[in-house]
Ligand binder design. Structure first.
Ligand code: C2E
Ligand code: MG
Ligand code: MG
Ligand code: MG
Length: 286
């Protein structure tokens, strides 16, 4: 009886492992297809200057319009793309698409927003992102001063010569480097002075309970004063309420991004917003 049970258990796990492996193979195949068939698209989420109300930048966020499963979020396929080695191809597509879009915005206003592009750690390890940026800027006519590259702390902790060189080259092209999800990664901050970083994006997890949680307020205050003494810009991510806007402004954050102002928008909706020359309600209510 026990033996039988054991065998069943064994078979159960085997079946499940095959299933997971199979699903991954399927996903890998459909990611290849997505690249071929142009099933990816970028949405753009506004980042507002909290003091002037100017549209400072937009963050490019990838979406996958799957023919069967519909819209798939990046959290569901970027990790797989990294694992199966497709992140470089997808990342190259993102960079190019975002820069074509960014360059096109001159048609609609005099000082178009910067374009902020997420670059995964694996992408920096596997591919020369500086070389990619250089050729894409040249091809699209986009200026490096209008490009921001968002990276996460993990790549800086690894502290590889190759990363350092790539970031220096990006900086030399006028590209700003932002640390995404700042505060969630590592406790060592020495990399902030070692690398050419110019922006910190405070992770949403510190912003969401800001009004209720004194510890979160202390952390955000700490990040802002650290940033200010290093002359870094601070962007608050994931701002959803009026109360958070007020707190973040009082604390001295520079820019703000979140559902309170906008969801990530399709390119056409972002253009419509530019044409309206919007000034969102970032000023204190009097
Ligand atoms: P991220 O770079 O930190 O992007 C911010 C995420 O927070 C986006 O999710 C955005 O839609 C969401 N968000 C913005 N404001 C709010 C808010 O007020 N409340 C809440 N709850 N969420 C908000 P999204 O688009 O699903 O992207 C998830 C992650 O996937 C990104 O996090 C980024 O790490 C990754 N990702 C997205 N696009 C790309 C890409 O083109 N390349 C790479 N390598 N990664 C990407
Ligand atoms: Mg980001
Ligand atoms: Mg983030
Ligand atoms: Mg994130």
């Amino acid at each position: 009886k026990a033996k039988e049970h054991g065998r069943n258990t064994y078979q159960f796990y085997t079946a499940e492992m095959n299933d997971a492996a199979l699903r991954k193979r399927e996903l890998e195949n459909s990611l290849h297809q997505a690249l071929r068939e142009q099933e990816f698209t970028l949405h753009y989420q506004p980042i507002w200057n909290i003091h002037t109300g100017a549209l400072e930048a937009v963050e490019a966020l990838i979406r996958w319009q799957h023919p069967v499963h519909g819209l798939i979020s990046p959290s569901d396929f970027i990790p797989v793309a990294e694992e199966v080695g497709l992140i470089s191809k997808i990342g190259a597509w993102v960079m190019e698409e975002a820069c074509w879009f960014g360059a096109s915005l001159h048609q609609y206003c005099d000082t178009p927003p910067k374009i902020s592009v997420n670059v995964s750690s694996r992408q920096i390890q596997r591919l020369d992102v500086a070389e990619l940026a250089e050729s894409v800027l040249q091809m699209t006519g986009m200026s490096g001063e209008r490009l921001i590259v968002e990276i996460t702390e993990s790549i800086l902790i690894a502290d590889e010569q190759k990363t350092h060189q790539q970031l220096e080259r990006l900086r030399d092209m006028g590209i700003d480097i932002a640390i995404d999800d700042f505060g969630t990664g590592y406790s060592s901050l020495s990399y902030l002075k070692k690398y050419p970083i110019s922006r910190l994006k405070i992770d949403r997890s510190f912003v969401s309970d800001l009004a209720q949680d004194a510890e979160d307020r202390a952390l955000v205050n700490g990040i802002i004063s650290l940033a200010s003494s290093l002359s870094l810009k601070v962007i608050a991510e994931g701002v959803e309420t009026r109360e958070q806007v007020e707190l973040i402004r009082e604390m001295g954050c520079h820019s703000i991004q979140g559902f309170y102002f906008d969801q990530p928008l399709e390119g056409s909706a972002l253009v419509a917003l530019l044409e309206k020359q919007p000034v969102p309600d970032v000023n204190p209510v009097n």
